[in-house]
Write a protein that binds this ligand. Sequence first.
Ligand code: 13P
Ligand code: SF4
Length: 333
Amino acid sequence: MIDLTEIQPRGVDRFETRRPVPPAKLDALSKEILALKKKLNAVILAHNYQVPEIQDVADFVGDSLGLSQQAARTSAYIIVFCWVHFMAETAKILNPGKIVVLPDKDAGCSLEESCPAPKLKALQDTSPNFWTIAYINCSAEVKALSDVICTSGNAVKIVNAAPKDRDLLFVPDENLGAWVMEKTGRPMTLWRGNCYVHVEWTHASIVRIRSQHPGAPLVAHPECTRAVRMLADEVCSTEKMVGYCRQSPAQAIIIATEAGMLHRLKKECPDKEFIPAPTDNCRCNECRFMKLNTLEKLYDCMANLAPRVELSEATLERARLPIERMLEISARP
Ligand code: 13P
Ligand code: SF4
């Protein structure tokens, strides 16, 4: 059980909890989680793809940029990160002295897997002029080898701010990298990794759903392939999808990203219809890593303060620099 001597007081965070669920509508386990959160002075950060019941008990739900910003500014001593492992690591890198726990330590990511640090180092060693931009979906060791981190929400800004005299190396998502090249006109060497979920949408599956809903705009994540992106009315991060859908006059909108996004969108825009873009195979729009996290595991990780993120001093120190550089560039007007 929890050793309460580890818990230190904190100030009051002003979290922008998006459309909180009234306590009366929460089930018994969710109420216990909220009570435990209060006792621990913990903060729960959750990604837009998490299952609805986790989103509903979180202090902040958002995309990787928003979650990084929240992790950087929280005064909570215990951070509960409901997403995949690399983001919990990011929170630890920004808060080396704090406790960071996650519901399931096996929640990984196909992008992270595609880019082992030794392989990246070997490529970097082939040219001293590389400037490495790493998508946040990578391990702490890869972050430690990088010059700057980006998310889908700020990748264009980060690439535009990169030194003009350096050769850009973008890892590990080739689709996000290709989209950023189109937007910035800046050539980059792309690592050959991808999100195994977002490459499931095909040109044919999107053409089919568009023909069934002729008036509905299509919003796609930049991790989708170019064949899908070229059919989209808007390509953006998950948080920007919320903004797009809020301001769109359309009553029905087709969404090409992980299925968890639908819960957030329905909460933010209750009067609109969201149509999940179908993949050619059943349930391929659910990330198996994201779905490892359940309400039960969330409760357990808070009750046991485990699993915890632990990283070496050297990795913590070296990986902080490119993340802080990202946050600084993102905050520029
Ligand atoms: P966002 O930062 O747009 O939420 O994307 C994160 C992600 O993992 C998409 O698969
Ligand atoms: Fe990684 Fe794709 Fe899952 Fe996001 S949806 S965590 S990019 S595998």
